[in-house]
Design a protein around this ligand. Sequence first.
Ligand code: ADP
Length: 550
Amino acid sequence: MSHYPKSPLMGQMMSQPLLISSIIQHADRYFGRNEIVSRRVEGDLHRYTYSDCHRRARKLANALGALGVGMGERVATLAWNGYRHMEAYYAVSGSGAVLHTINPRLHPELIAYIANHAEDQYLLFDICFLPLVEAVAPLAKTIKGYIALCDPELMPPDSKLPNLLCYEALLEHSPDDYSWPLFDENSASSLCYTSGTTGNPKGALYSHRSTVLHSLASIMPDTMNISGRDAVLPVVPMFHVNAWGLPYAVPITGAKMVFPGPALDGKSVYELFEQEQVTISAGVPTVWLGLLNYMEQNQLKFSSFKRTIIGGSACPPAMMQALRHRYGVEVVHAWGMTEMSPLGTSCCLQTRHLSLPAEQQELLLQKQGHVIYGVDMKIVDDAGEELPWDGETYGNLLVKGPWVIDTYFKNEGGVVLQDGWFATGDVATIDADGYMQITDRSKDVIKSGGEWISSIDLENIVMAHPAVQMAACIGIFHPKWDERPLLVVVRKPGMEVDSAQLIKFFEGKVAKWWTPDDVTFVDALPLGATGKLLKNKLREQFKEYVLPTA
Ligand code: ADP
């Protein structure tokens, strides 16, 4: 949406809209024989090529047209990472409709709220989600039909779903001659809702232009570094900010695509990595815990895996070190959000850092990193004044860029920008080289005696203890200091450690007044629909907790 003045002399290059359909056309034409491998919900492995994907996406585009889905109309999915989901990515957006990926880990009422808000017309779903879809259907006001992503023989014989269609039957009866329409690159392409941990979820409505630009930026060497010699396995689900854009980025390079389907346990992921010789992956920290535990227990190594992008929440340094030193996997720490498509920063070294001692390099790599060209960022105080880039001063992190949200879908929440910048809700430092480090989410910082304590820092420290599987740090009411840190810990199976030992573990690692006042042990921590710690739930759970008096 250009609101900018025109120069008297305009450039004379072709004006081609940046459309998502151009990606699958490119992949078919230049990498048509390269593979997409999927673990299906049916349990087996499915293999086909970019050409097959393109042909079936064209069939689906015809089928959706025949069902009356028009430009700008929303088509929802409830599906794991797999080839049919990928076909929907291209068919829906490529034909001018809008792909709305829904997180199946949400409650049916919340899914219905989102589907109604989005005014979804059709819902495509993996057959394993049938009970969930049946719970949603009576509450859904705009969905005209449900398309089960399966073969005719797997169709449920007596489902109560209105207008239930079979995906494979639809495709079989649709022609594959379809010309992708050309239209304004600023047209909406896909819609993702934020998880709504506070208030109702809000929709981030991406455009073709923002998606293509984000894809180009994400394959760059200091971002995800994807080439035609890679095999990429997105562990991050296609319903979590479009698997961080990988279904768009990977076909641009011609890399092999490997989809894990619903099998995200350590053993299944490890076996798929090895069998398909995966080189690159991406996911939130919690998914790597399962994989690393499985590998440790079975004394396994990777034979092809070389790089993983970890983000979505802070990657504990202990996890980075295990991946790097024990398994030889490079970890790229990245930061972003639904409102940013999602990538904002990634952390890689520059030439000047190569002569630093190894420990200093590791400390740098623990940061969330450098902006990716296209994104700009700054930190400000509560009055909006910009703060210095000294690596110590922390403030509210603001961003802007061509794949950063301007307004939420249907203008929910009104104007969200501050002088053209989007306030991320994160608190961060930026150092002199422009490396950003998240201190906390502003609602998670622990406010003790007027000063702030970073819950992430405390969690990162204790996660390095050999007996700690997972940890979360929250602020607990304190009559004198306002809040003091409480550490909630899950022990590793079969390991023993007590509160005093863990508190001692902080000695010499943080200022004394940052040390948690107490440690409590639980069997599991509450995780949200995208595998992140739900600190609001934890605060609720421990709101009556009384800290020991010193
Ligand atoms: P949700 O609001 O559902 O968690 P997002 O997936 O968009 O939605 O989450 C974005 C937030 O996740 C960021 O604002 C930030 O707080 C957190 N986050 C993402 N990546 C990182 C990271 N590498 N380190 C710390 N926090 C992160």
